[in-house]
Design a binder for this molecule. Structure first.
Ligand SMILES: Cc1ncc(COP(=O)(O)O)c(C=O)c1O
Length: 395
């Protein structure tokens, strides 16, 4: 039996597990059957795997609900599928969405190119400015934010936004992919639905694609109805891998958080770096909010190299332990330049106005030893600087 209330480390390992029986396996087996026997009246809890309620889904969803403090959870085949189910369950033709302008590009495409075709309009706002409420319309049904934004790591005061959304009768949906439920639980701050790309920290090993929604039984019930029909089911193998990954979420996040704070402090001292962005630093715009509402500052880090785009290119090429790749939240350290990835569609001036000038490198710190990561960043900064000196000499 799990103690009540159990801590997140305990929940990550045990919540939702079936009661132990002699000879039953300690590890939940993967059940690949696409269908299940029913009684003569056609009843049964488990019927058909596309409904997303196989044994692996059931354990996983109970665990996710416990971790985020919701009644129920829905696990589907990707973060985008989770967001789509959330929005389709809350909106219909003629409705309006107010969304943060710092939103993940895939979510922006879902709103602007897909939901718009269904007669649902979106207004993008700066959710950090109190004037955002001016965008609310009588037909606004959803306010959509991210608890920590990409890549400049703004930390949203979810409770303040939730109060305004609630006063207007709109549901607040929070994408909390960057925090995981270990660092932040938006439902405790008044959000109606929390969404995670479980492809990131929840899975944690860059080997499973999945998405999650957590909320009240009624809201998850509505999202589940959409998932049954639109069909974005999570494969049982992936559900099992995700459940396995979540077991170590608490220890991984402890190390991620430690690496984040230590490497941010180190980077601040480097002359080659003009700006370090990490919510643990007092210089971060939202440091006070972060310190008040987060349980950990996370392992996403932004650095802006003094030498601009060319220095950033030399830096990422010189890295040996950290690797150049999109995505985040895995045990391995990955770096990317937003100007080539998430923000490639913007002009350099637009990016600079959004706090992402050329020279900006996004780092998803893994759980390697901080000393090894620092040694790698150190040699890459030196290599980037030496390249600059060579270029100046050649000029
Ligand atoms: C903040 C955020 N939300 C949603 C997604 C989409 O998740 P997935 O790739 O699992 O569909 C991503 C993916 O990078 C993300 O970073």
């Amino acid at each position: 039996m799990m103690p009540h209330p159990a801590g997140p480390g305990t929940q990550a390992i045990h919540a939702g597990d079936p009661a132990p029986r002699p000879n039953a396996p300690v590890v939940n087996p993967i059940v690949t059957s696409t269908t299940f026997y029913m009684d003569a009246e056609g009843r049964g809890d488990l019927l058909y795997t596309r409904y997303g309620n196989g044994p692996n889904h059931q354990v996983l969803e109970a665990r996710l609900a416990a971790l985020d403090g919701g009644d129920d959870a829905l696990a589907v085949g990707s973060g985008m599928a989770a967001m789509a189910c959330a929005l389709l369950s809350l909106l219909q033709a003629g409705d309006h969405v107010v969304a943060t302008d710092a939103i993940y590009g895939g979510t922006r495409a879902l709103l602007s190119t897909e939901l718009s075709r269904l007669g649902i309009q979106t207004t993008y706002v700066d959710l950090f400015s109190p004037e955002w409420t001016e965008a609310l319309r009588p037909e606004t049904r959803v306010v959509l934010g991210e608890s920590v934004s990409n890549p400049i790591l703004r930390v949203l005061d979810v409770a303040t936004v939730a109060r305004a959304a609630q006063a207007h009768g709109a549901a607040l949906v929070i994408d909390s992919t960057f925090t995981s439920p270990l660092n932040f639980r938006p439902l405790e701050h008044g959000a109606d639905l929390v969404m995670h790309s479980a492809t990131k920290y929840l899975g944690g090993h860059s080997d499973v694609t999945a998405g999650v929604l957590v909320g009240s039984a009624a809201r998850i019930g509505e999202a589940r109805k959409r998932a049954r029909v639109w069909g974005p089911v999570l494969d049982p193998h992936a559900a099992w891998l995700l459940e396995r990954g979540i077991k170590t979420l608490s220890v991984r996040m402890e190390r991620h958080n430690r690496n984040g704070a230590e490497i941010a402090r180190w980077a601040q001292e480097r002359l080659e770096i003009a700006r370090v962005i990490h919510p643990s630093l007092p210089s971060h715009t939202d440091h006070e909010t972060a310190a008040r509402i987060l349980d950990g500052f996370g392992a996403m880090l932004g650095i802006e190299l003094r030498g601009g785009g060319p220095a950033a290119t030399r830096f990422v090429r010189a890295l040996q332990l950290a690797k150049l790749a999109p995505s985040l939240g895995g045990v391995e350290t990955l770096v990317s330049e937003p100007r080539h990835t998430s923000h490639a569609a913007m002009t350099p001036a637009e990016r600079a106005a959004n706090g992402i000038p050329d020279g900006f490198v996004r780092i998803s710190l893994g759980i390697e030893d901080a000393a090894d990561l620092i040694a790698d960043f150190d040699q890459a900064l030196r290599a980037a600087d030496a390249g600059e000196t060579e270029r100046e000499a050649a000029d």
